[in-house]
Design a protein around this ligand. Structure first.
Ligand code: FES
Length: 114
């Protein structure tokens, strides 16, 4: 069993090991899509890149990044995943609809916290 905590929604759910992150989010009324994503998502086939989420904790408890994620998430930080391609095997904390930050913004943020 694994816990998925959706930080923005303040919601925690328990799922079986190997559960699909997108499917479990939608099943539990957690909105992972932006407005455009709602209109244009591929239905979980790894084609659109609109189901991106940020993993705040527990990255090691997820299935490894699929090849399609490496392509779709090139400009995102390494803790971003496509929910539809991600299987959960342990506790994780998830930020839905993460902001797109440039590398420069991330560097500035890192410097200000150090
Ligand atoms: S729903 Fe399209 S890539 Fe995940």
């Amino acid at each position: 069993m694994a816990n998925i905590k959706f930080i923005k929604e303040d919601k925690e759910i328990v799922v079986a090991d190997g559960a699909n992150l997108r499917y479990k989010a939608l099943e539990n009324d957690v909105d992972i899509y932006t407005f455009m994503g709602k209109m244009t998502n591929c239905g979980g086939y790894g084609q659109c890149g609109t189901c991106v989420v940020e993993i705040a904790e527990g990255l090691q408890n997820l299935s490894p990044r699929a090849a399609v994620e490496e392509r779709k998430l090139k400009k995102r930080p390494p803790n971003c995943r496509l929910a539809c391609q991600t299987m959960v095997n342990g506790p994780v904390s998830v930020i839905t609809k993460p902001e797109k930050k440039s590398a420069k913004q991330r560097n500035n943020q890192a410097k200000s916290t150090n």
